[in-house]
Design a protein around this ligand. Structure first.
Ligand code: 6PG
Ligand code: NI
Length: 181
């Protein structure tokens, strides 16, 4: 049997799945409200990435699903760290499996935009584009991704953060521009 995806849960139906958990304590400097981040137990799971085993090397592809929990740090919705690919020109495809949220995309010039992620949504992330998932809903946001194994991750270039952040403000989902001084 080839691997599959259980649509209701977004989990892979395959053996030998590799899972990586990212906890609150791993996300130093990621959320806007540092006091709220410190108040959260460091072991709180923010997201998990499940990967199918796949070969490494030029021309090969990774397949992985991110399961991003619902929640907020202060007023800011849970999100992935976000990254450019180390090989900048390498793109990626995201596919919404369950839940609802936003895919934040940002060019190297710092221009940021959102795509709405929901069950069945397809997102083509071009090369040279940083990407982050944000869970603005009340259930787990799961999105399957396919990307070249050679892509790698560059987190350092976004150490200052993305140009937009997403908050729950007076009961509404609100995106705000970030001023860097
Ligand atoms: C990738 C994918 C995806 C991503 C996860 C976690 O290139 O590997 O975009 O699997 O890594 O959503 O996000 P962070 O890597 O930004 O923590
Ligand atoms: Ni990526």
């Amino acid at each position: 049997m080839p691997p599959g995806v259980a649509f209701a849960s977004g989990h892979f139906t395959a053996e030998n799945i590799i899972t990586k958990t990212t906890r609150s304590g791993d996300l130093v400097g990621v959320f806007h409200d540092e006091a709220a981040w410190r108040a959260l137990p460091a072991g709180t799971t923010i997201y998990q990435v499940e990967m199918l085993p796949s070969p490494d090397g030029e021309g090969e592809l990774f397949v992985g699903t991110t399961h991003l929990n619902p929640g907020r740090v202060g007023d800011e919705f849970y999100m992935t760290r976000g990254h450019f690919h180390q090989r900048r020109e390498q793109g990626e495809v995201y596919f919404g499996l369950r839940g609802s949220g936003l895919l934040l995309l940002q060019s190297e010039q710092g221009e940021a935009r959102f795509e709405q992620v929901s069950q069945g949504s397809v997102h083509i992330i071009p090369g040279n584009t940083a990407h982050r998932l944000i869970n603005t809903g009340s259930e787990v946001l799961s999105a399957l991704a396919v990307w070249p194994t050679i892509a790698g991750h560059d987190y350092a270039s976004l150490a200052q953060g993305f140009a937009l952040r997403v908050f729950l403000w007076e009961g509404e989902i609100q995106a705000r521009g970030v001023q860097y001084g």
